[in-house]
Design a protein around this ligand. Sequence first.
Ligand code: NAD
Length: 424
Amino acid sequence: MAISDPFANSVKQVNDACGILGIKDKGLMEYLAIPNRVMRVKIPVRMDDGSIRVFIGFRSQHNNDRGPYKGGIRYFDPEGGVEYMEREVMALSSWMTWKCAIVDIPMGGGKGGIFVNPKTEKISAGELERLTRGFAYQISEIIGPQKDIPAPDVYTTGREMTQIMDTYGKLHGNTYAPGVITGKPIPMGGSLARDVATGLGTAYTVREAADEIGLELKGATVALQGFGNASTFSGVYLEEMGAEVVAVSDSKGDVLLPSGTKVAKVIKHKQKNGTVVGFPGSKKITTEELLTAECDVLVPGALENQITAQIARNMKCQIVAEAANGPTLPAADPIIYRRKIMMIPGILANAGGVCISYLEWVQNNMGYYWTFDEVAKKMEAQITKGFRDGYHLSIKHKVDMRRATMVLAVQRVVEAFEHKGIWP
Ligand code: NAD
């Protein structure tokens, strides 16, 4: 199967939004679509057996008209190889620009990574640290607390973030610079609520959507695809808002839960058995049955490309909240819109993570730290405003929320660009 070009998809989305906004200037469209800079680096690493291995890494800086670049660093080896990864990182950096603009945080879009898979390759902790520090050294001139602030992404954690922060600090005359990176462990300047941020943010967007369509969340039913970080916390917080989780899944299978099940009980079962399958009183179903289950809210929170046109035709929910990135195929979107199902696109539904990354950076810069509730409240304000602004545009332009949020984002970046102009 031919692999589609993710960067070409990101360009198309920008062009579509420009079309809705009536922007016809080809130069401006190109300006909005193409990253400002893509850095490709060679990272030589002395391996434990004394040999040298050369890795390839990237940092794509898409747009900084609204603030410093922001976005993750992933360690991954996509099927398409190094060249594909470069295109993917470029596309992901573009999506970060739009995501930050939707929730109106003063940051731009960046993304980076190294072509390596620490899960499937045998790499020791020492080799991984030398690789991380080598990469940090290579990109140290273009990152910085006021320039570009990376974060964890696929197969990177707080450990790599700490190593990047430490390397950056050493290269800058032993500066303490926690604001150069987010997603750090709490003792290294991390923020409270970062661990639950994505699911909590998803729950806030569902609450806003429910309010808009007149769905009472108290007693509403929720199906979760996946039972990892994003999906589980979506369930935890939707339950706190009065909803009931009626179906869940993970890589081992999908189940319908017995009536009245509490999410905490499913978490305990998964911790003990490694899966949600086999939860007492549950009924095993297929993935298609989970996605088309009788429920008010569907949270696809695990994988890409799950909601096909066929699923969209049979879905019974009133709201889809994309906790995962890219769970819906483009062919499904018009069907969902026609069926008047409220779609909250991932670029908004899972933006709680980047909101709290931003709040981590703010706390680092002022050297003063907020409580969990203070951080959560600030994120709530950002993401609910993003929802309201996007919803308003979806009504104004008569388009679905996916296109409306892109329109909102492009409009905000264009506004900043027009203030700034071109120099020299
Ligand atoms: P995670 O690794 O914590 O969880 C992934 C879950 O998906 C696991 O429960 C796994 O069992 C499940 N899964 C795997 N294969 C499955 C299958 N075939 N059917 C059903 N479930 C399956 O990952 P995560 O951080 O929760 O990320 C999930 C999605 O959310 C990704 O698309 C990610 O990009 C997106 N996201 C996450 C965050 C975040 O802060 N964690 C932020 C933004 C977006």
